[in-house]
Design a binder for this molecule. Structure first.
Ligand SMILES: NC(=O)c1ccc[n+]([C@@H]2O[C@H](COP(=O)([O-])OP(=O)(O)OC[C@H]3O[C@@H](n4cnc5c(N)ncnc54)[C@H](OP(=O)(O)O)[C@@H]3O)[C@@H](O)[C@H]2O)c1
Length: 309
């Protein structure tokens, strides 16, 4: 598909792509950009299910920071009429990642679920989906001003990272699930909070980042502080560690497209909404990157590319 871009959804992964450390990052020069919304300008013969002019979201992984993007049709989905096209760019990665993490963790009503980076793009999607699952959600964030948002989105408790143990103490001192986007030294303390039968979903490594982007030495230090886990320890403590990166699971692409239809259905029934963070014009894309790596944003950062669409 050739897509004329309406808006870009900025992702933390875009920062790592820019630094050249994201898996499969192309050689320079290349265009980064994981996620977009827009309108189909032309479609190849194998993409005939898309009409010209059709509104779509797409997750090309690379190449999305552009006015026009060519991407395989399998990575695109139609945007329903009732959905605002710019806001649609805030939906796929956040909600598909959140629903995949929840499915892998096999969350049951009453489970105590600890979520890190809870006020971010994926985090705010997780809070909304967890609120509907009947879980007890303990939201962790990096600054006081993000706590209110977590409560508004249905978190049972919300606090700073240093308060993780205190929040868990209100619910027996342990948690059933951790959904963690940060890793690094913090991983060890959260792993210790897992109860028997607990599941730890590790889906990001934000700990590698400093205020202005990736810090290689810091990344090494943080990775080393996670240390190796002793496999037999999993048996004795009945805990499970789950890791995933959706961009590396090509076999999931078509099931994710079906999952996208469920997400739109939830939107239609007003069960979910993307939490929109700061919005930038296309020319200000570097500023948007700085805002995201500076931990100043909540919700999803959007870039307006063609407001006329
Ligand atoms: N595995 C997958 O398939 C997959 C898919 C999408 C996203 N992800 C991961 O999910 C996470 C969230 O992605 P997102 O795009 O929605 O970003 P985001 O959550 O909107 O922004 C990243 C957040 O991470 C937190 N953070 C913690 N330590 C940090 C540090 N050292 N430097 C910068 N930020 C730090 C900050 O929140 P606080 O200040 O509140 O800590 C920051 O706002 C990222 O780690 C990303 O790589 C993984």
């Amino acid at each position: 598909l050739l897509i004329r871009v309406r808006a870009i959804g900025l992702n933390f992964a875009d920062l790592f792509v820019r630094e050249g450390v994201y898996p499969n990052t192309p050689k320079t020069p290349f265009v980064p950009g994981l996620e977009i919304s827009g309108v189909v300008e032309s479609a190849g013969s194998s993409a005939s299910r898309f009409a010209l002019g059709q509104r779509v979201i797409a997750v090309p992984i690379f190449g999305g920071h552009a006015e026009k993007v060519v991407c395989p049709a399998v990575r695109a989905s139609p945007v329903p009429e009732h959905v605002n096209l710019a806001e649609a760019a805030a939906v796929p990665v956040a909600f598909l990642t959140a629903s995949y993490a929840i499915a892998r963790a096999q969350i049951q009503p009453g489970d105590r679920v600890l979520v890190t980076a809870a006020a971010g793009g994926v985090g705010t999607a997780l809070l909304q989906l967890l609120a509907r699952s009947g879980a007890i959600t303990l939201a962790l964030v990096g600054s006081e001003k993000k706590i209110v948002l977590c409560r508004e989105l249905g978190a049972t408790e919300a606090g700073l990272y240093a308060e993780a143990g205190g929040l868990a103490a209100k619910y027996g001192g342990r948690v059933d699930v951790v959904i963690d986007a940060i890793g690094g030294s913090f991983f060890r303390s959260l792993w210790k909070l897992l109860d028997l039968g607990g599941r730890y979903v590790l889906y990001g490594f934000a700990a590698a980042s400093g205020k202005t982007g990736l810090r290689r030495l810091r990344a090494l230090r943080e990775a080393a502080s996670m240390r190796l886990l002793f496999p037999f320890g999993f048996v004795q403590s009945c805990r499970t560690l789950i890791g995933f990166n959706l961009s590396l699971l090509p076999r999931e692409v078509s099931s994710l497209r079906s999952a996208m239809e469920l997400v739109w259905d939830d939107w239609d029934k007003a069960r979910i909404r993307p939490v929109l963070g700061p919005r930038f014009e296309f020319e200000a894309l570097p500023e948007a990157h700085r805002a995201l790596s500076g931990r100043q944003t909540t919700g999803k950062v959007l870039i307006d590319v063609s407001p006329d669409l």
